[in-house]
Design a protein around this ligand. Structure first.
Ligand code: ATP
Length: 336
């Protein structure tokens, strides 16, 4: 199909609310397929996280969305433009902070703002103030801390009032305080209605920031949903752990009763401790049984799955996508 026909078709499928629409995106490097028929939607005002292990194809996908790489197949519409044929028009409307961004060592913060301010808006000073960099205006890039650099990249990404901001591994290598600082800056963007596509493999980051998450592996989407939906679908049940005093008179009978409680899959006695596993209803049902038995433990601990547990479950549950392909350690992305 000719490019104009392709864009017209995509525009027919999209509305004002659809900031990014990708259908069947394919990209290979040589004979290696790294994006394999990917669909993705980002709607106005959303923060969407693209998550997956190293090499899942996340960066390649966002590079195609920005018109920095030419896809081998599929259809893309970004802010109503085709990134393949209209990259020139599209790029000034995007704000992006790319993985491994860098600036010349001696460039000062204020000079970088001047350089990137192609729209000649007066937003620079206010953004530096907002992201806590006003005092560092005269500092050279090389003297900035990791957190300050990332905040500067955010300022540069926002300078030209983009409708879509793309952030690729924004907080990689930052200490916990600097990460929280950058998260809060992204949270502010969200509050103002900016649309953000965020690439990360930090699950806590995705949980803290994203309205929706797209989970990728080997160039394909495994699942997509809100953090809560993904936890609901893939987070295995709950675990309760508590101690019963030696003096408790009828431990064996109590454990037998707990095994019959609704939702309980397994009750294990480990020295003084009792570990109960099951679906999430056990938090209520086992709690009620312990109250009935007047055996309320003082050290009851409850573990219910968070997004990280759920996504590791999802990624590990899938067999290699190629039937005879190697197994992959999804924490590291390495082939085993
Ligand atoms: P990471 O989390 O490590 O950044 P990713 O999910 O962003 O990974 P990509 O950077 O899109 O994944 O890379 C997907 C695969 O394509 C990787 O195996 C990578 O080595 C390979 N790749 C990326 N860019 C190129 C290139 N220019 N030439 C050849 N192979 C490439």
């Amino acid at each position: 199909m000719r490019p104009e026909g392709r864009l017209a078709m995509m525009q027919g499928m999209t509305t004002e609310r659809d900031v990014v629409t990708v259908r069947g995106l394919r990209k290979s490097y040589g004979s290696r397929v790294v994006v394999d028929g990917l669909d993705l939607d980002v709607r106005a005002g959303e923060i969407v996280g693209l998550i997956g292990a190293n090499g899942a194809g996340k960066t390649t996908t966002v590079e195609c969305i920005q018109g920095l790489r030419r896809p081998d197949g599929g259809m893309l519409s970004v802010l109503g433009y085709d990134p393949v044929t209209q990259a020139e028009q599209l790029r000034p409307r995007l704000g992006s902070q790319l993985q491994d961004s860098g600036l010349p060592d001696r460039l000062r913060v204020a000079e970088a703002v001047e350089l990137f301010n192609t729209s000649r808006s007066g937003a620079g000073a206010a953004l530096l103030e907002r992201f806590g960099l006003a005092e560092r205006r005269r500092a050279a890039f090389s003297s900035l801390s990791g957190g300050e650099r990332q905040r500067l990249f955010l300022v540069l990404a926002l300078l030209n009032r983009p409708r879509l901001v793309i952030l690729d591994e924004l907080t990689q290598g930052l200490d916990p305080a600097a990460r929280r600082n950058v998260w809060s800056a992204v949270g502010q963007l969200h509050d103002e209605g900016t649309t953000v596509l965020l690439v990360t493999h930090e699950m806590d980051e995705a949980e803290a920031l994203c309205d929706r998450i797209v989970v990728m592996r080997a160039g394909r989407v495994l699942d997509t949903g809100t953090p809560r939906e993904l936890v609901g679908r893939h987070g295995r049940g709950a675990t309760l752990d508590f101690a019963l005093p030696d003096s408790f008179p009828s431990t064996a009978v109590l454990l037998e009763e707990l095994r019959r409680v609704e939702g309980v899959g397994d009750v294990e006695r480990l020295a003084q401790r009792v570990v109960v596993r099951g679906d999430r209803r056990i938090v209520a049902f086992v709690g009620a049984a312990l109250v009935r038995w007047d055996a309320v433990p003082e050290d009851l601990s409850v573990h219910v799955p968070n997004l990280e547990d759920a996504l590791l479950e999802l990624l590990d549950s899938e067999r290699p996508l190629s039937a005879d392909g190697p197994a992959i350690n999804h924490l590291t992305g390495e082939r085993q």
